[in-house]
Design a protein around this ligand. Structure first.
Ligand SMILES: N[C@H](CCC[C@H](N)C(=O)O)C(=O)O
Length: 264
C-alpha cells in the first residue's frame, strides 16, 4: 500500500498528515507507531488522518506517536486546518469546522502558515496539590494537563520529572500531559511539555499551552489576554480568552515541512 503524506509542524509539534477522505487507508497501531518513530520511520509526534465528515468540513482522526488514538491535539488541529486549506477542502474561504472525537471545532487560516483554533471551555480545574516534591495544578483543555511552575525552565529535567508525574494514575486516571512553566512577563510564559502518548518532551503542545495560559490567569500569574507562550522550539503561540473562559483561541504557526510517499 502506497500512502502520500504531508509532514507538518505546528510550532515544532510535528505530524504526519494524510488525506483519507476516500476512506482508503486503515492503519494498525503498529503501522502508525512505525511511521511516527524517528530514525527508522518518518518520525512525528502524531499522525492525523483527515477524513470525511457528514456535517463538518472534515474529521480529524488523531493518533499519538505510540500508535493509539489521542485526546484533542491543539497543534494537530491547527495543522489539519492548514492542510485542509492547502488541498482546498472548501473551495473558497478561510474558515473551517472539523470534528475531533465527540467535539466540533472551528478555526480560521489567519495568514501564510498561521491558523487560529477556537478551543472548547476547559474542565476539571484542580489547583494546588502535591505530587512528590512538586506543587501541581490540573486542567483539561480537551486533553488532560498537569502544570507546575518553575524559576528556571532550562534547568528542568522534563523527561524524568514529567514522566514521573505523567504516570500518577491515582491522581490522573488515564495519565496526563505534564507542563513546566516559567512566568516571564504579566502577559507571557515559557513552557516545556512532557507528552502522554509520545512519552517524551515535545517541542510544543497546543492544548498544554492553552492550559498554561488559563491556569496562569486563574492563579493571577498573568493578568491579561492574550498570553504569549514561548514553546521549546523557540516559536510563539498566542492564547486569547474571556473572563468566563468560554471563548478561547490558540493561534500560531502551522507549516508544511515536506511531502512524501511511504510504502507499507
Ligand atoms: N500535542 C497535542 C496534544 C496531544 C494529546 C496527547 N498527547 C494526549 O494526551 O493524548 C496538542 O498540541 O494539544
Amino acid at each position: 500500500m502506497k500512502i502520500d503524506f504531508t509532514k507538518m509542524s505546528g510550532a515544532g509539534n510535528d505530524f504526519i498528515v494524510i488525506d483519507n477522505r476516500q476512506g482508503l487507508f486503515s492503519l494498525t497501531h503498529e503501522q502508525v507507531r512505525a511511521m511516527c518513530t524517528r530514525r527508522t520511520g518518518i518520525g512525528a509526534d502524531g499522525l492525523i488522518l483527515v477524513e470525511a465528515s457528514g456535517t463538518a468540513d472534515f474529521r480529524m482522526n488523531y493518533h499519538n506517536a505510540d500508535g493509539f488514538p489521542g485526546s484533542m491535539c491543539g497543534n494537530g488541529g491547527r495543522c489539519a486546518v492548514y492542510f485542509a486549506w492547502l488541498i482546498g477542502i472548501r473551495p473558497a474561504g478561510l474558515r473551517y469546522a472539523f470534528d475531533a472525537g465527540p467535539d466540533r471545532y472551528e478555526a480560521e487560516v489567519t495568514g501564510e502558515e498561521a491558523v487560529k483554533l477556537h478551543m472548547r471551555p476547559p474542565s476539571d480545574f484542580r489547583e494546588r496539590f502535591q505530587v512528590g516534591a512538586w506543587n501541581c495544578h490540573f486542567v483539561n483543555t480537551g486533553s488532560p494537563h498537569a502544570i507546575a511552575y518553575v524559576n528556571d525552565l532550562d534547568k528542568i529535567d522534563v523527561f524524568t520529572e514529567g514522566r514521573a508525574i505523567r504516570h500518577r494514575e491515582e491522581l490522573f486516571p488515564g495519565g496526563a500531559n505534564v507542563n513546566f512553566l516559567e512566568v516571564t512577563a504579566p502577559d507571557a510564559l515559557s513552557i516545556r511539555t512532557f507528552e502522554r502518548g509520545v512519552e517524551d518532551e515535545t517541542l510544543a503542545c497546543g492544548t498544554g499551552t492553552v492550559a498554561a495560559a488559563l491556569m496562569s490567569y486563574r492563579l493571577g500569574k498573568v493578568t491579561t489576554s492574550p498570553v504569549r507562550v514561548t514553546v521549546r522550539s523557540g516559536e510563539t503561540l498566542m492564547v486569547g480568552f474571556n473572563d468566563a473562559m468560554d471563548d478561547i483561541y490558540l493561534e500560531g504557526p502551522a507549516r508544511v515541512v515536506y511531502r512524501g510517499t511511504i510504502t507499507l
